[in-house]
Design a protein. Structure first.
Length: 304
């Protein structure tokens, strides 16, 4: 996915910086990041807090290199240790970047939006992106909502966007570039992320779980890659889906393993597209009771 950092002597200075993409669950952060990068790095579903990890996506053009950080959705509904860890991930991101992109769903101002705004640092520019602008019943609704948002905080800019229709994506890039400084890029021009392939294999499996299980899928589900090998272009992947309760195991396996087989097939097809090569995938399901409130398990699965 990436050729890694580059030497400072290899490239001239350009606009560079890091950008945290933050917002409440289902605000459209991951869809926006995928639209900005032109490739699907973050998984997308309607389920709250689909994104659990900070995911770095690298955008490069002829004048800039921007390191986008997709963060978990910030919310106070779930009170588990897992949720607390993800909220800490969001808050730490606010101090470690050059620009914050705050994603708000068009026509909707939520309590957790206001809580996030209270956390904004005073010394870092914050650009508000109003997502899903295409879902408004009328274009005339956009301007009044923008005015409401403008009263919430001294934003550096407010940019209406639609990831689905690629509306406002160029304008958002330009707005971010206006808040960057000159420097040396950290990655070569073809780099997309610093995450390894096995990370994306787990994320793709998790996405298919969300898509195929719908509201049935439990909050406490994780994916562990037990084995990931590449031989002559064939990726052999053994993965375990971890659930917090015994009842959830049967739900995911389905009658005679039918549900698990469908999840595996859809995940394998997407992996082959993503990795541009053949994939052999084996899936298992195991129960780890109460893992979402176990600090060792949360660290083991990489959420701390």
């Amino acid at each position: 996915m990436s050729d890694g950092p580059v030497s400072e002597l290899e490239v001239p200075s350009m606009l560079v910086g890091s950008v945290a993409v933050i917002g409440v669950p289902n605000a459209g952060k991951s869809s926006l990041l995928n639209a900005l990068l032109g490739i699907k790095l973050s998984i997308v579903s309607r389920k709250a807090q689909t994104t659990r990890h900070k995911i770095l996506g690298v955008y490069s053009d002829d004048k800039s290199q921007i390191q986008f950080l997709d963060t978990p959705g910030f919310q106070l509904t779930h009170r588990s240790m897992l949720n607390s860890a993800m909220n800490r991930s969001v808050s730490s991101s606010l101090t470690d970047v050059d620009v914050v992109v705050f994603v708000m769903e068009a026509g909707l101002i939520q309590k957790d939006d206001l809580k996030l705004i209270e956390m904004f640092p005073e010394d870092i520019p914050v650009i508000c992106t109003i997502s899903k602008i295409d879902q408004l019943s009328s274009p005339n609704e956009a301007l009044p909502f923008i005015e409401r948002v403008n009263d919430l905080f001294a934003f550096a800019d407010i940019v209406p966007t639609s990831a689905k229709r690629m509306t406002g994506i160029g304008e958002l890039i330009s707005s971010i570039q206006a808040n960057l400084s000159m420097g040396k890029p950290s990655y070569d021009e073809y780099a997309l992320t610093d995450r390894p392939e096995r990370f994306f294999a787990a994320e793709i499996i998790r996405e298919k779980l969300f898509h195929l299980m719908g509201d049935e899928i439990p909050y406490g589900v994780a994916v562990e890659i037990e084995e990931f090998t590449v031989n002559k272009g064939l990726r052999s992947i053994n993965a375990t889906i971890v659930v917090a309760k015994n009842a959830h195991k049967g739900m995911i396996i389905g009658a005679q393993g039918s549900k698990l087989k469908t999840i595996g097939t859809k995940a394998r097809v997407e992996m082959e597209y993503f990795f541009n090569g053949k994939v052999f995938l084996k899936l298992w399901v195991k129960v780890k009771k109460g893992w979402v409130d176990d600090s060792k398990s949360i660290k083991y699965f990489g959420y701390e």
